[in-house]
Design a protein around this ligand. Structure first.
Ligand SMILES: [Zn+2]
Length: 254
């Protein structure tokens, strides 16, 4: 799973903003600049702010929404990423006077381009890739819907691995039966896909899942995809063999 992505779930302030990788270059991280955020107070909060400005009330905690953009801190990229979600203006816990009496905190619900949930190897099947990318677009707004997209990716992965989605008569084969078939050849990976299917099933019932819970499924799917489609270990083994065959690196093609 992509670094720090789990920290993107929940309420975040400028002092604990995670270093989530830029979706465009994958090298820099998306930095928070509060001057690039617009916050919109809800109706009750707007009245409290008016009173405070008229010296008729104390500063109060507020809530509403925010929108703005994050910027990649890699100077050769500097991608602007649109972000939106819920916002609160809350009293600081007081542990650090330098942080001030109040702080803005943000709960991300929309990111575009979407942050990557995992790095997909080049040979990942297209429909599996579609499922993962679709999940990455919606996970912050609707974690349960994202869980369903991971389940779809698991189904497509099985199809790609030769586990038929339909019977010889054209009938629908439940995912549980297909996973059972896969257990005969790849027990560990089949168990991993079973866990993803359970999380996907939970995602079919209302909005019960948090992004962090769905990210458990992302970690598991990442494990399966890496095991099946990441050829970097094979490439390293080939390089080791080439160096050993040539008894050195001077005559080995890069
Ligand atoms: Zn970037």
């Amino acid at each position: 799973m992509a670094k720090h992505i789990r920290e993107f779930d929940g309420w975040l302030g400028k002092y604990d903003w995670p270093r989530v990788a830029c979706p465009t270059c994958g090298d820099g991280s998306l930095a928070l600049d509060e001057s690039k955020m617009t916050t919109l107070t809800d109706v009750a909060g707007t009245e409290m702010v008016d009173l405070h400005h008229k010296n008729l009330g104390p500063p109060e905690e507020l809530e509403g929404t925010f929108h703005g953009h994050l910027q990649c801190d890699n100077s050769s990229c500097a991608e602007m990423v649109t972000v939106a979600g819920n916002w609160q203006f809350v009293v600081n816990d007081g542990s650090d006077p330098a942080k001030g009496q109040f702080a803005d905190i943000y709960q991300v619900q929309y990111v575009n381009p979407p942050v990557r949930l995992m790095t997909l190897p080049a040979s990942t099947p297209a429909k599996v890739r579609d499922g993962v990318e679709s999940a990455s677009r919606i996970i912050w707004a609707s974690p349960s819907a994202a869980a369903n997209r991971l389940r779809y990716a698991a189904e497509e992965l099985l199809t790609h691995e030769g586990v038929a989605p339909k019977t010889s008569f054209g009938g629908f084969r439940p995912l549980s039966k297909r996973i059972e078939e896969y257990e005969a050849t790849e027990l560990d990976l089949a168990n991993a896909l079973k866990a993803i299917s359970y999380i996907g099933n939970e995602g079919s019932h209302d909005e019960l899942l948090s992004a962090s819970q769905v990210l458990e499924g992302v970690t598991i799917l990442d494990h399966v995809i890496t095991a099946l489609y990441d050829d970097s270990t094979a490439a390293l083994q080939a390089k080791i063999k080439a160096i050993n065959d040539a008894k050195g690196v001077l005559n080995v093609k890069p």
